[in-house]
Structures are given as structure tokens and as C-alpha cells.
Design a protein around this ligand. Structure first.
Ligand SMILES: C[S@@+](CC[C@H](N)C(=O)[O-])C[C@H]1O[C@@H](n2cnc3c(N)ncnc32)[C@H](O)[C@@H]1O
Length: 210
């Protein structure tokens, strides 16, 4: 079984307790990633690697009636959980989750006004391919907001970072050494902003399609 198949199966299994441990919760970091996306009222937004759709209700609040959210994930059980959340929140008129592989998105070029991905790419088996796909389906002028865990800017917390990197890889093949701004640039997008959080290795990258 390849890494992609193993990752899919792992998230299928984890979907049952993901929200119990609040792994799929919406916290201030995720809210900031949505706020920095600055979606227009009628925007069509993709949530890449949506998991249980944690950010979808908050994202839906930022959009008007015409806005549309499509959460995609390659784990069927995660997508079921996300659609259940959408149903319970009564936001099915503007949001849905669907099964799709982020490295082969079933959308035409320039389809979305904005894309968001929270703690997604570090767990993707082929993140560079998925980021290239995001660049393809984003319209010119569109914004891409990525929240993930990564290397700290200075040397101060390097020991703690290396330990976390080891733990995350052992626990779930999550590679927090991924350089997201670099991959975004390689996909032809412009890095507009990098926002770090104090006391955490999480950071938001905002990219633009020019
Ligand atoms: C760590 S979870 C993050 C979920 C959610 N975004 C959040 O913030 O709670 C990563 C998700 O990415 C999904 N994923 C991993 N590789 C993928 C791929 N190639 N295509 C689509 N989804 C993928 C996993 O199934 C999992 O649900």
C-alpha cells in the first residue's frame, strides 16, 4: 500500500474521534486564516483537505447568500463528517463537502475566487502537486490562505521544533518541515504575507494569483 492509500485509511479511521479531541475544532488561528482570505460576499471558496469541515460554518458566516463553499477531502469518512456538520448547522444552501484527491482536482482552471487550507498540506503525501492544483483552479486576482505548522523563524525554539517534527511524523506522517511559501512560489503564485503566532509553530501564508 502506498503512502497516499495509507494516509486515506488513517484519516478514515481518525474521522470518528477527530472532533472528540477537538482536532477538527475552529480556533483563533483558523479564524484568522479565514479573515485573511477576505472573501467577497458572493465568492466561491474551496476548503482543501477539509477534514470534518471545522472551518466551514465560520467561513459561511463571512459569505453572503450567493457565496459558495466546497470542502474537498480524499477520506470518505471525513467528508461524511463534514457534510453532517453542514447539515446540522443548516448551511447546506451554501456549503458542501465532496470526496476528491487534492492532487487531481475535478474543477476547471480558474474556477475558485479563493482557496483555504488549514493544517492540510503537511499531511498530504504529495503537497507540491496539490499546491500546483490549487494554483490552477484559482482565478487571477484570487487569494489563497494556508494555515499550517512549520519551522520557526529564529533559532530559539529549534529543539522544541525538532521534537515536534519527530512526534508528528511518528504519529501521522505529518511533515512539518514543509516549506509552504517556497512551494507556493514554485506553483507560480505570489506570497503576499506570512503571519506567525507567538508560542506556536503555526503560521498563515497568504498567496495571490496575479
Ligand atoms: C490534519 S487534517 C486537517 C483537517 C482540517 N482542515 C482541519 O483543520 O481540521 C488533513 C486532512 O487532509 C486530508 N488529505 C490528505 N491528503 C489529501 C489529498 N491528497 N487530497 C485530499 N485530502 C487529503 C486528510 O484526509 C485529512 O482529512
Amino acid at each position: 500500500m502506498g503512502r497516499s492509500e495509507k494516509t486515506k485509511k488513517r484519516y478514515d479511521r481518525w474521522s470518528r474521534f477527530y472532533d472528540v479531541f477537538d482536532l477538527g475544532g475552529v480556533n483563533d488561528q483558523k479564524k484568522l486564516a479565514v479573515n485573511l482570505l477576505k472573501p467577497e460576499n458572493n465568492a466561491k471558496i474551496m476548503d482543501m483537505g477539509t477534514g470534518t469541515g471545522a472551518i466551514i460554518p465560520y467561513l459561511a458566516q463571512q459569505l453572503g447568500e450567493e457565496g459558495q463553499i466546497i470542502g474537498i477531502d480524499f477520506s470518505e469518512n471525513m467528508v461524511k463528517a463534514a457534510n453532517e456538520r453542514i447539515r446540522k448547522q443548516g448551511i447546506a444552501s451554501k456549503a458542501k463537502a465532496m470526496v476528491a484527491d487534492g492532487t487531481k482536482l475535478p474543477f476547471p482552471d480558474e474556477y475558485f475566487d479563493g482557496i483555504i487550507a488549514t493544517f492540510a498540506f503537511t499531511s498530504f503525501p504529495e503537497p507540491e502537486k496539490a499546491i500546483r492544483e490549487c494554483a490552477r483552479v484559482l482565478r487571477p486576482g484570487g487569494r489563497f490562505s494556508i494555515l499550517d505548522t512549520g519551522k520557526p523563524a529564529g533559532k530559539k525554539h529549534m529543539f522544541r521544533y525538532r521534537y515536534l517534527k519527530f512526534l508528528m511524523w511518528k504519529a501521522g506522517y505529518t511533515d512539518i518541515s514543509l516549506d509552504i511559501p517556497d512551494l507556493v512560489r514554485k506553483a507560480g503564485l505570489k506570497v503576499n504575507k506570512i503571519q506567525r503566532f507567538s508560542g506556536s509553530f503555526a503560521y498563515v501564508t497568504i498567496a495571490l494569483k496575479i
